[in-house]
Write a protein of this length. Structure first.
Lengths: 276, 298
């Protein structure tokens, strides 16, 4: 049955894809997953609620749910590997993981390394968490001031180059937030959705998210570079398209208590079927 | 009765003659088990004081408009302890055991190689020992982590090499070099008369080494060997930098899962400190005791 599915998918995709790519496709990863009967997906273990551990140590979260859906659609077992921002692309290149769904921002330089396929499943922008007392209202006010951040976030560099802020990057969010409280930095630069969740928790009453969100950047999952235009890449495009169309992503967003984003709603409308 | 003055009793003992003072040792060679001596010297209640301080600290230092209390933080810690110990610290111990095993086996060969009569072998083993003994551990770890494949395919079978195995290999290199030095030092510390005596009894060099010298060395090697085990165990958290899911890495992930409240930092990291202490402290005490018992009395 598995072979049959892979055969059918392969046929369907090769018919659909332009024949120019057909000659280059070896579909190694796809075939490996199918012959092993197991897909290895790299997810975050330190990015609640996208990928984190429950008290028994099991990986859970929104991206883990997405990975489960991929595995059950392919009809294979799922193995999760915890990845970090610093090693996620490397793991995919090495073949240690077959698929990466790990809160990765879709950047041009990253597209050259791993096979990023659309449509993007989420988006987030950059903003800061800062004490109300400092009364920030412009990004330019961060010039030459220490700003806490998390290691591996692409916007650390942007904030430094564009606004001249001095980013102090920490390994974990808790450390960065503690530094903010200890007044070692004037602000904590991070994803706007995560900051909103913090502010909503009521534990940051003396703080605010004062600036205009910048660099709204879609997130992307990735397959190995060689698979980008082959079976696996096409298949993941289809998965993401259907997640948007069926509203599964909006559902998951609600399930994991993520602040509802207009992006997912717009995408749902955009991809919705014209026959209701 | 004041006529009698006995020098040294009724007055300062004085003499013009040269006097041979008793020998005072000015230089003390650094202890082979310095780390264990330091650790064993700590009173056992020290880390618990740290935990208590952790419990009291945030109440004064923090409390900036946060509803999250220290009580909640400790409650979260209690919920996570089974996983952190059963999964994280367990892996730490597995890594330290395997590293010690690999490091000892390789180190013994390297140490014997250093006293080889073949000059080429001796020089080579000396070079390897010094190279790994004097390299930063983290650099060795990075080299091993990045240069080893994540799986080996032999025919149709795929043998995966998980990160923690690579960590064992990376940590075993400096341990190997240090064990090599312990072996070399222990063999050289056996009086040369032993070698001469066994030669006069027609023992071959090989027989002398394995039947006469090494049995005497083992007692001397045990304390420094255990000392290295304690140092190694304390050093294992550096593998968390490379993504190995030992206790420190999982602690970070637990803090993340508990919503990154800064109040969690001190209780969680203090807990890690305390379990390392609970594990290494008895080892250090035993090391010091064995060292005293095996000490050569001159």
């Amino acid at each position: 049955m598995k072979k049959m599915i892979s055969f059918l998918t392969a046929t369907a995709v090769s018919l659909g894809a332009t024949s120019a790519f057909a000659a280059n496709c070896t579909n190694d990863s796809w075939n490996k997953v199918m012959s092993r009967g197991k897909i290895v997906v790299g997810v975050k273990a330190d990015y609640k609620p996208w990928g984190f551990r429950d008290e028994s140590g099991k990986l859970v979260g929104m991206e883990v749910d997405m990975a489960m859906d991929v595995a059950s659609t392919m009809g294979v077992d799922l193995e999760l590997v915890a990845v970090q921002s610093s090693n996620r692309m490397q793991f995919l290149e090495q073949g240690k993981i077959d698929l990466m769904i790990a809160t990765m921002s879709d950047r041009k330089d990253r597209r050259e390394i791993v096979g990023i396929v659309g449509p993007n499943y989420y988006t987030s922008g950059t903003n800061i968490l800062a004490p109300k007392a400092l009364k920030f209202n412009d990004w330019k006010q961060l010039k030459d001031r220490p700003v806490c951040g998390k290691q591996g976030a692409f916007y650390n560099k942007i904030v430094e180059e564009r606004y001249g802020a001095k980013v102090v990057a920490f390994g974990g969010n808790a450390e960065a937030k503690q530094a903010l409280r200890d007044k070692k930095c004037v602000a904590f630069v991070y994803d706007d959705s995560s900051i909103m969740a913090d502010l909503a928790s009521g534990n940051w009453n003396d703080f605010e998210m004062p600036l205009k969100t910048e660099d709204d950047n879609p997130w992307a999952l990735a397959v190995p570079k060689a698979e980008e235009k082959c079976v696996f890449g096409q298949f993941m495009s289809g998965m993401q398209y259907n997640w948007h169309k069926s509203g599964k992503l909006v559902e998951l967003e609600k399930k994991w208590g993520i602040q509802a984003t207009s992006y997912l709603k717009t995408q749902k409308d955009r991809y919705s079927d014209w026959i209701k | 009765m004041k006529s009698k003055h006995i020098p040294g009793i009724h007055q300062q003992n004085q003499t013009d003659l040269p006097v041979l003072h008793s020998f005072k040792r000015r230089y003390r060679s650094p202890s082979e088990i310095g780390f264990s001596e330091w650790l064993a010297g700590l009173p056992a209640w020290v880390p618990f004081l740290v935990l208590l301080a952790a419990a009291a600290w945030p109440m004064t230092a923090l409390a900036q408009g946060s509803n999250y209390t220290t009580g909640q933080a400790f409650e979260a810690l209690l919920r996570w302890i089974p996983f952190l110990v059963g999964s994280g610290f367990f892996l730490t111990i597995v890594i330290s055991f395997l590293t010690m095993l690999v490091g000892t086996v390789l180190g013994v060969f390297l140490g014997l190689g250093q006293i080889s009569q073949n000059r080429f072998i001796a020089k080579f083993c000396w070079l390897v020992t010094q190279t790994f003994r004097n390299s930063p551990w983290l650099v060795l770890l990075f080299i091993v982590m990045l240069s080893f494949p994540f799986e080996i395919t032999i025919g149709d079978t795929i043998i995966p090499i998980p990160d923690w195995i690579k960590a064992v290999i990376g940590l075993a290199l400096p341990i190997m070099a240090n064990i090599s030095e312990i072996v070399r030092g222990a063999i050289n510390s056996v009086p040369t008369a032993q070698w001469e005596a066994s030669e006069s009894l027609a023992f071959t060099r090989f027989q002398t080494l394995f039947q006469i010298i090494l049995p005497q060395c083992i007692k001397r090697m045990i304390p420094p060997w255990m000392n290295w085990y304690a140092i190694l165990t304390m050093a294992t958290p550096i593998v968390s930098i490379l993504g190995v899911e030992e206790v420190l890495n999982l602690t970070r992930q637990a803090i993340e899962a508990e919503d990154n409240h800064p109040e969690l930092l001190v209780p969680f990291y203090s807990f890690v400190l305390v379990i390392f202490f609970i594990y290494c402290y008895p080892i250090a005490r035993l090391t010091v005791r064995l060292e005293r018992r095996f000490a050569v009395k001159l």
